[in-house]
Ligand binder design. Structure first.
Ligand SMILES: Cc1ncc(COP(=O)(O)O)c(C=O)c1O
Length: 385
């Protein structure tokens, strides 16, 4: 019997290993288009320790709950939140945006959301799930929300305005200080989607980069979502919605019989503790200075990539705001497919006629050098150069 059992285990793992060999991996660093990365080693260790924990039933796991509280406090401090603020752990930017709009809808009883054209596609899901209407605001020539076009679109049915701090396609930051003033004047809910930028912008400020404020320092900012599984350098799936007033959570809470807490807020029931322990461990280990060094390195790699791109005769759409570059390409999808055949993954942004490169922690200058050689050849083969 034991040998039969061992054989079965071997067979299962053989199948898993075969499946895994078909995947692209962050560890060989050939993924240059993703906003995720290989988790920091400490995240992997922490995650595994908490594999069975479930914060959907928090009184069973008070230790894990404490880590969640400490992690949220780290973010609230980072984002200059007032004492009234709280945080709600989510699976990532999509759930963070959905939860924010759920709060805005409940608080206002209205259903129109004003979003920039650069908003993540999760807002299309929000419109469908919550029966909300999106009002898309065009971008300026710098690919940020055109503030002049907003006021005339505010109606008595407006539930919220959304700003992006680190756009999915180009890493741009909307004019959040001006939006904050406007939302204050109009008594409107302002959600900042900092899924990518939340772990970048505070450290860009520290490094002396001129980027706009985006957080609770601005009185008009109501909620901010940020992902640990992006520039937080932790494991999937993990994001946080930071909320200016903790009582707003009541708007999205229901009674929860049969579990240890009387009410439960948010979308998920069962909620994994592993990603939370992992994210907390990384923040505790790296601290503010560690993230500052990480962002410095990612920005240096981005500047290096930009220089190499221009050296081979290509050009970037605009100067990068953060560690995201749009490289002008005539036929992005064709080029992406050709690069993929050669084992490199980047993303096509057809409507901007560019490919997106994201210089995540796993991307080094050596990887940039290797990629540039392949990119040049592939562009020549596909009539891009
Ligand atoms: C700005 C922004 N918001 C939200 C999301 C969605 O995040 P997730 O895929 O983790 O749900 C992304 C993903 O790239 C993003 O870039």
């Amino acid at each position: 019997m034991p040998s039969q059992h061992n054989q079965k285990m071997k067979d299962v793992f053989k199948e898993l290993d075969i499946a895994r060999t078909k995947d692209f991996t962050f560890s060989n660093s050939h993924i240059l288009g993703s906003m995720c990365t290989a988790p920091h080693p400490i995240a992997k260790k922490a995650y595994l320790k908490f594999l069975e924990t479930n914060l959907g039933d928090p009184e069973l796991f008070p230790g894990t709950k404490e880590l969640e509280t400490r992690f949220i406090q780290f973010l609230l401090t980072l984002f200059h939140a007032p004492k009234t603020a709280t945080g709600h752990i989510v699976s990532g930017g999509t759930e963070g945006n959905i939860t924010a709009m759920w709060i805005a809808k409940e608080l206002s009883r209205k259903n129109k959301i004003i979003v920039p054209e650069s908003a993540h596609f999760s807002f299309a899901k929000i419109a469908s799930i919550m029966n909300m209407k999106l009002c898309l605001i065009p971008l300026t020539s710098e690919y940020i929300m055109d503030i002049k076009k907003i006021r005339k679109n505010i109606t008595k049915n407006t539930a919220a305005v959304v700003a992006v701090a680190g756009s999915t396609e180009l890493g741009t930051i909307d004019p959040i200080p001006e939006l904050s003033d406007l939302c204050n004047d109009e008594h409107l809910f302002l959600h900042v989607d900092a899924a990518f930028g939340g772990f970048v912008i505070p450290f860009l400020h520290e490094l002396g980069y001129q980027v706009p404020d985006f957080d609770f320092k601005l009185q008009g900012v109501s909620t901010i979502c940020v992902d640990s599984h992006k520039m937080g350098w932790s494991a999937i799936p993990m994001g946080t919605l930071c909320i200016r007033e903790n009582h707003w959570l009541e708007e999205i809470s229901v009674k929860s019989p049969c579990i240890s807490s009387k009410t439960q807020a948010g979308i998920l029931g069962t909620r994994p503790g592993g990603p939370i322990a992992a994210a907390y461990a990384v923040t505790k280990y790296l601290e503010y200075d560690g993230y500052t060094k990480l962002v410095k390195r990612c920005m240096q790699t981005t500047q290096y990539m930009e220089k190499q791109i221009t050296t081979i005769g290509l050009s970037v759409i605009q100067q990068p705001t953060m560690n995201v570059l749009g490289v002008r390409i005539k036929n992005p999808t064709r080029l992406v497919n050709a690069l993929s055949q050669k084992g490199w993954r980047v993303n096509a942004v057809d409507h901007l006629s560019c490919i997106r490169l994201v210089m995540m922690p796993h991307v080094t200058k050596k990887i940039v050098d290797d990629f540039i050689l392949v990119l040049k050849k592939t562009c020549e083969e596909n009539g891009e150069l």
